[in-house]
Design a protein around this ligand. Structure first.
Ligand SMILES: C[S@@+](CC[C@H](N)C(=O)[O-])C[C@H]1O[C@@H](n2cnc3c(N)ncnc32)[C@H](O)[C@@H]1O
Length: 227
């Protein structure tokens, strides 16, 4: 584990209690709260019709998207490396009375061992924007092993847009400041529509639908059958 990765792990643990502020345009989001809320409301609609069977939410954080996809799944595995994020997520699961359908895994997705062909759908929010293109290969190699044929994939992430480029660089080490003033540096990259479509194609997922906002984006694909 390199130092940037370690720092990101600490950062998310420390940010857990204030994390959801990002969805109302606070925190490290760019200062366009209306655009942010607009994207979140469009994404919620898409998440509401996503998911089937046993779903895995990779880097689940506080489980912000869980209330929208949970009705479509028979079982949900929520994985996050952060103890504090998992605690926030457990609270949400209790409030939603979903305990009997949810399993929690606190650990590093790259290290945790799963059975092959376990999941029929996957949601991953703001996860691949924190991994380099080299690690992206490792991520999808693992994902492709644990997903059943024709599994559904939903990636929710940060969009690269004319609004974003006023405040951020497209890729690299970036500064993040918590509400208490603590400063972290993390690796982050932003995606435009073609970047994210290429990621799907590269890792053998067929594009089903997408929404590319000014702040956030979502893309849905189906795992292609092996020829
Ligand atoms: C930006 S947050 C997104 C949370 C949630 N997916 C959402 O959309 O609101 C990214 C989350 O991924 C987790 N994470 C990052 N790398 C991870 C890894 N290798 N294994 C497990 N969790 C990881 C972090 O702890 C953090 O909670």
């Amino acid at each position: 584990m390199n130092n940037n990765f370690k720092e990101m792990m600490v950062y998310y643990n420390e940010r857990a209690k204030e994390y959801d502020e990002v969805y109302i345009g606070k925190g490290p989001a760019i200062p366009y709260p209306d655009a942010c809320r607009n994207d979140v409301s469009k994404i919620k609609k898409m998440v509401s019709s996503f998911g089937k069977g046993h779903l895995i939410d990779i880097g689940c954080g506080t489980g912000f998207w869980l209330p929208y996809y949970s009705q479509n799944c028979s079982k949900i595995t929520l994985i996050d490396q952060s103890e504090e994020m998992i605690l926030e997520c457990k609270e949400r699961v209790d409030k939603l009375r979903l305990k009997n359908r949810c399993d929690f895994v606190q650990g590093d997705f790259f290290e945790v061992e799963f059975e092959n062909c376990l999941f029929e759908s996957v949601v991953t929010g703001f996860f691949i924007s924190h991994i380099t293109s080299e690690l992206e290969q490792v991520f999808f190699a693992k994902l492709n092993k644990i997903l059943k044929p024709n599994a559904q994939l939903m990636i929710i992430d940060s969009a690269w847009s004319s609004k974003r480029e006023q405040y951020r660089k497209k890729e690299g080490i970036q500064k993040r400041v918590l509400n208490n003033g603590r400063i972290f540096t993390i690796y982050k990259r932003y995606f435009n529509g073609s970047d994210i479509e290429e990621i799907l194609e590269r890792h053998r997922f067929k594009l089903k639908s997408s929404y590319i906002g000014d702040v956030f984006l979502v893309i849905i694909g189906n795992k292609k059958e092996r020829r």
